[in-house]
Design a protein around this ligand. Structure first.
Ligand code: UN1
Length: 497
């Protein structure tokens, strides 16, 4: 069967890129299965999309928020019906196993319903004026056209975190999906259209970062930028946006620590470690990549973790018996392999994995074995830098205080976990771990959409997705004063009489 060609979505029309170039999207499980042919767009395509979004903004901003929300509600219903089909397509396109791609679609459904609810809230504030017969309030206004650059690891959930709050707030959008996973974003946007989204409110431009992403960030018609992805790209986007005084939400790396104390429920901690480190083949910004274990249990924990890692069944995620799929592309497994090499040179002990599995059944799929390093020291690069693959390090600590110090001794601050039965430790971890998210007796992955999601330090620039934090990014406050005194009243000068 010839591969389907997908076009850009601009102003409600499906159009080919003006560059005349396309790219192929292949399944990471075999590198044979062609997911589709997509447009390799350039600055002119971005310009057309932004112009269409700016035009659509004129009317979309005037649609009452509860009505905008109804479209999201219907989107949630349609996604629920299409969940299985979209999950299968996502597994083919991105590689993670079916149970996880179902979870990814579910996360978009949850976001749709949550943000649909916001349509009947979007609360502002009333505030007493310092003057008599004067009314003061602050209302949330949409920002305008939002440029969105999405990652490949949650190809439906993360675009939904960006699109749904932006839409309910009255913005219009141009989204550039990751080049490894455009189909899932098409599926999401097609669902919005089927649910009644008017033309031009969401536009899709596919392509590569420098050609399509950069002009999107720079375009004067784009009022704010939301990016999830690598720290390298985030830094460039952040600097460009700062130079243009453009609000910019950056969600980037993690080096997430799980602390396991001597009094932990070890079975539970192992379940959490395996899921946190190898779920999504370690390709989550929330993935567990450092496990800091107290010396009384470190031997037993490490031995059992290695056994569990070795027993994981890897392969094509479409097979329900598979527990870990491929990495998304060749470059990602090269990064995993490079970090394994660095770790070995630094003196860390490779306990299992550290390489691609022998070709055989895996063909040209981009697989990497679940990898555990022991004897890792806090300053080693393997304990400091994000790998974004199925590679986890075990570090030993003597006390809870030392564990906190090691956990905090990195540039990132996204997710953290503590396994302990001591409630005092739990509350201290909640207070003292430098991270946007702390789990107690649960793994570092698995954030829920109605709570703020984001990190401190180099993980981001202070914004939050999920929760009401998303509304703060996709709206701007307007303060409104209504003076009904029929005379000039001067703030700070006339007393309110
Ligand atoms: C990400 O890896 O960028 O909390 C997002 C989690 C998921 C989202 C991860 N709900 O692990």
């Amino acid at each position: 069967m010839p591969a389907t060609t997908y076009k850009n979505l601009i102003g409600g029309e499906w159009v080919t890129a003006r560059t005349g170039s396309t790219f192929q999207n292949l399944s990471p499980a075999n590198h044979d299965d062609v997911i589709g042919i997509f447009q390799a767009s350039g600055a002119k395509d971005v310009d057309a999309a932004v112009t269409a979004a700016a035009e659509a903004f004129k009317s979309w901003r005037l649609v009452p928020a509860p009505k905008r929300a109804e479209i999201l509600y219907r989107t949630g219903e349609l996604l629920t019906r299409r969940k299985e089909q979209y999950a299968r397509e996502m597994t083919r396109e991105m590689g993670k196993v079916l149970s996880e791609t179902r979870g990814d679609v579910q996360e978009a459904i949850d976001t749709a319903y949550y943000m649909a609810g916001e349509g009947r809230r979007l609360f502002g504030q009333t505030t007493p004026s310092e003057l008599q017969n004067k009314f003061a309030m602050s209302v949330r206004m949409p920002v305008g056209v939002i440029g969105m650059i999405a990652p490949w690891n949650f190809p439906m959930a993360i675009p939904s975190w960006k699109l749904f709050p932006a839409l309910v707030c009255g913005n219009t959008c141009v989204i550039k999906p990751a080049e490894d996973t455009p189909l899932s974003t098409f599926n999401l946007v097609q669902t919005l259209i089927d649910a009644g989204l008017p033309p031009g409110v969401v536009n899709i431009v596919t392509g590569f970062g420098p050609d399509a992403g950069a002009p999107l960030v720079e375009h004067p018609g784009v009022r704010a930028v939301s990016f999830t992805g690598s720290s390298e790209v985030g830094r460039i986007i952040g600097q460009t946006a700062a130079g243009l005084f453009k609000p910019c939400s950056l969600e980037m790396g993690g080096k997430n620590a799980m602390i396991v104390l001597d009094d932990a429920n070890l079975d539970l901690a192992l379940d959490g470690a395996v899921w946190g480190a190898f779920g999504t083949t370690g390709q989550r910004c929330t993935a567990t990549s450092r496990i800091i274990v107290q010396k009384g249990v470190v031997k037993e924990f490490t031995k059992r973790l290695v056994e569990r890692a070795k027993a994981l069944k890897i392969g094509d995620g479409l097979d329900e018996s598979i527990q870990m799929g491929p990495q998304v592309n060749e470059q990602q497994i090269e990064t995993s392999a490079r970090y394994c090499e660095i770790a070995r040179k630094e003196g860390a002990k490779l306990l299992t994995g550290g390489r691609r599995p022998a070709r055989g059944a895996f063909g040209r799929g981009t697989f990497f074995e679940p990898t555990v390093f022991g004897g890792v020291k806090p300053q080693m690069r393997i304990a400091q830098e994000e790998v974004f693959g199925p590679v986890v390090s075990v570090l030993e600590c003597r006390s809870f205080d030392e564990a906190l110090e090691i956990a905090n001794g990195i540039q990132y601050g996204l997710s953290t976990a503590l396994y302990s039965r001591d409630v005092n430790h739990a509350f201290k971890a909640m207070r003292d771990l430098e991270a946007g998210i702390t789990y107690i007796n649960a793994p570092t992955i698995g954030a829920e959409v109605h709570l703020p999601f984001g990190g401190v330090k180099q993980t981001g620039n202070g914004h939050r997705e999920g929760g009401t934090g998303a509304l703060d990014f996709y709206t701007t406050w307007k303060s409104v004063y209504v003076d009904y005194s029929d005379k000039l009243q001067r703030a700070q000068i006339d007393a309110g009489e």
